[in-house]
Design a protein. Structure first.
Length: 322
């Protein structure tokens, strides 16, 4: 692994700390390295400010001069009432080189940040760990390209594909480790959604029950064409209405009907499948999703991760899109 890939990996790890907390801005990570030693680091703070570069520069102080900045997204080129352009901050700090993973699709920057850095005599390299950066900032990029949040659908399944027993009982299909992981995933999302059936049957809290992360509970959303949402909840009438929701990362935790509605609308970007080593028999699964031919189901999903969680197994899939 070369140094650029190594330090960009560190910047991506920092970016993950802001996942689900920075909308409408992207969750960016930045590391400043001078003489092979990190002198500053930062990630976009909750609510989108300050930006990662500003945090890293403030930490580095005078040591930023002559350093290399590793940034997961092109430094912004537009001033804002909330702070100056990050390209200008890097220039003023005197960095010698900037390594950028991805170019910013925001039309206010989109290449202008890189051009401004180069005009100031700063060496700029692009593309280091670009694929990982796309994954790390999928919410921001999906909002820009598809005008909606990035959607993760969580499913807890038996070996025979059951989401619940025939009478609707589903507590608990998976064990403690899998449920804890699901709560960690909640902490990485702006929004969490269930349908009316789940709300009526379970009255779910949809909170984050992990010590130290309780304050990272996502905003709750009800999907229902007729029901009124509880106080403090957001409400949409159909999956397509997610475009109007605030935030860039939506986790769908509803039952089979809600899962089917999002799958049928082709609005699921990522699947979290927690598979328990049990067989239910006569179980409730996912209803029809409008599939015309079995051949149409193939090639849609790519397995990107799998791991054991106690006696259960997690499989993570991403939607293949052209």
């Amino acid at each position: 692994m070369n140094d650029d890939a190594r330090w960009m990996g560190a910047a991506l790890a920092l970016a993950a700390r802001g996942h689900g907390r920075t909308a409408p801005n992207p969750n960016v990570g930045c590391v400043l390295v001078r003489g092979g030693v990190p002198v500053g680091r930062g990630w976009t703070q909750p609510g989108g400010r300050p930006h990662a570069e500003a945090v890293a520069i403030a930490m580095a102080g005078a040591d930023a001069r002559g350093a290399t900045a590793y940034v997961t997204l092109e430094p912004c080129a537009h001033d804002s009432p909330r702070g100056p352009a990050c390209a200008d901050l890097l220039i003023d700090a005197g960095v010698a080189r900037v390594v950028v993973a991805l170019q910013d699709p925001d039309p206010r920057t989109d290449g202008r940040g890189i051009a401004r850095l180069r005009s100031a005599g700063i060496d700029v390299a692009t593309g280091a760990r670009a694929e990982q950066a796309e994954s790390a900032m999928a919410g921001f990029l999906t909002r820009r390209t598809r005008e909606r949040p990035f959607v993760t659908l969580k499913l807890a399944l038996s070996l025979d594909g059951g989401l619940a027993m025939a009478d609707g009982r589903s507590k608990w299909i998976t064990g403690d480790a899998a449920r804890a992981h699901a709560h960690l995933e909640r902490a990485r999302h702006d929004l969490i959604l269930v349908g009316r059936g789940t709300l009526d049957a379970d009255a779910p809290a949809l909170d984050v029950r992990i010590d130290g992360l309780e304050d990272r509970a996502p905003r709750r959303v009800l999907l229902s064409a007729t029901a009124t949402a509880p106080d403090g909840w957001l409400h949409i009438g159909a999956p397509a209405d997610i475009a109007a929701l605030p935030g860039d990362h939506l986790m769908v935790e509803g039952g089979g009907a809600t899962a089917a509605a999002f799958l049928a609308a082709d609005l699921v970007d990522r699947l979290l499948v927690y598979r328990a080593p049990i067989v239910i028999g006569d179980a409730r699964g996912i209803p029809a999703i409008g599939l015309a031919d079995l051949a149409d189901a193939h090639g849609r999903w790519r397995l990107v991760d799998t791991r054991a969680l106690g006696s259960d197994r997690l499989e993570v899939y991403e939607r293949r899109r052209g």
